[in-house]
Design a protein around this ligand. Structure first.
Ligand code: AMP
Length: 419
């Protein structure tokens, strides 16, 4: 299968070529023809499978093939759960559409609303948005969604987890009834299926093969250690293993800040991203990390959701996540696009139950490796978890761990031509 076989127009093929993609990923090969035919889609795919291009490329193709005669109007609306993901999807829209004269805008909160309003007024073909800020604009009459032909819900499971269901329904009520809807989700819970049943019409169900699971693609290790020694161990590992770029997950915002200060004090340039930071600060931190000026990025789950760091080879779970599925999302930041990746977890005695939950979800035991000088003290007894400081999930701070199925992991390897 080649991109040429997929009947995409020359300006799109040129952009794909410039990105260095040699062939469509499995989800792209399945989704692109269906979207071009105008079908609805229900796709099980995580970040890392090439899902963004799977919906962006055919949307661009449809816009290109049917140029409107009159004034520019919004023809595609893409909804994403977080600002980072919206910004990233928008960057892809711009990349793949750069030879097409298409106009698009990204809409999310935490930044000045005025430039967004201005862009909307001047006319755009594609809007990429988080639900909350889009509703603000809708309520203020800044945009008209009655011309939308294609709606995409990206990472729909996250949108529901973050409590966006009512916002999504309000937005959908403003769209034409007859439209194409594409729903992407890493997992298919009852809630997602219920939503899908109400908004999709005879959808094609696509599931990226689960044969190439995280466990196969990413080397995973657990380092048992006492809680009080975790920061020391992390500092040691970064130096000893000479990790140049490492993404570290903590459970709380406060924990992320504290750890990044500690690592910086140890001479390891570090910065934290989490929900209390402004959008500008998060973007700045991400940029510094991608450019190698910051060696360690410490993040909470929400802040890191969907961020795409090319060739990131090392992920560390400083704390294990309370929700086992977040583990899969976290380690999925590494080992992207066929590159090797490693994920290690620093696990103290209080986190053993979280580890069992993860192993149950992924269906595999994770190798335990003791690090010399950091063996846990056998006299330390488990302590009940302290209540967390700060809400973690856009207003849904205390989400209870759920026992959802292992679901769909990332798809097969795919290649990028050497640039
Ligand atoms: P996504 O799953 O959309 O987050 O994409 C993950 C990564 O795969 C991004 O860095 C894309 O640039 C890259 N990518 C998407 N499609 C392809 C392809 N056909 N070949 C190689 N890399 C790709």
């Amino acid at each position: 299968m080649t991109f040429q076989n997929l009947q995409l127009a020359q300006p799109i093929l040129r952009a794909i070529e410039e990105e260095g993609y040699s062939e469509p990923t499995p989800i792209q090969a399945e989704a692109i023809p269906a979207v071009l035919q105008g079908r609805d889609l229900m796709a099980a795919a995580q970040t890392g499978t090439g899902k963004t291009a799977a919906f962006t490329l055919p949307i661009l193709q449809r816009l290109y093939a049917h140029k409107p005669s009159g004034k520019r109007a919004i023809r595609a609306l893409i909804l994403a759960p977080t600002r980072e993901l919206a910004a990233q999807v928008h960057a892809s829209v711009r990349t793949y559409g750069r030879h097409m004269g298409i106009r698009s805008v990204e809409i999310y909160g935490g930044v000045n609303i005025y430039p967004q309003t201005k862009a909307l007024r001047s006319g755009v073909d594609i809007v990429v948005a988080t639900p909350g800020r889009l509703l603000d604009h809708l309520n203020q009459g800044h945009l008209d969604l009655s011309t939308v032909q294609t709606l995409v819900l990206d990472e729909a499971d996250r949108m529901l987890d973050m409590g966006f269901i009512h916002d999504i329904k309000k937005i959908i009520a403003k769209l034409p009834h007859s439209r194409q809807t594409l729903l992407f989700s890493a997992t298919f819970s009852k809630e997602i299926k219920r939503l899908a049943a109400t908004i999709l019409s005879e959808p094609l169900a696509i599931s990226v093969a689960a044969d190439n699971t995280t466990a196969d693609r990413i080397k995973q290790t657990v380092h048992p250690v006492d809680r009080a020694k975790k920061a020391d161990l992390l500092s040691y590992l970064i130096g000893d293993r000479n990790w140049k770029q490492v993404l570290v997950f903590t459970r709380t915002k406060h924990g992320a800040d504290k750890l990044s200060r500690r690592l910086s004090a140890d001479g390891l340039p570090a910065t934290a991203i989490h929900g209390n930071k402004t959008q500008a600060a998060r973007m700045k931190a991400l940029k510094a990390f991608k450019e190698g000026r910051v060696r360690v990025l410490v993040a909470t789950d929400v802040a890191a959701r969907g961020i795409d760091i090319d060739k990131l080879s090392q992920v560390v779970n400083f704390d294990l996540p309370e929700v086992a599925e977040d583990y899969v999302h976290r380690i999925g930041r590494t080992g992207r696009a066929g590159h090797a990746g490693e994920a290690c977890s620093l696990v103290c005695i209080d986190e053993r139950h979280l580890l069992s939950r993860i192993e149950k979800l992924t269906g595999a035991k994770i190798e335990k490796v003791l690090v010399e000088g950091y063996h846990p003290d056998p006299s330390i007894k488990p302590e009940p978890a302290k209540p967390r400081g700060g809400r973690q999930r856009g207003g849904f701070g205390g989400r209870k761990p759920t026992a959802r199925g292992a679901g769909h992991h990332r798809g097969g390897n795919f290649s990028r031509k050497a640039r």
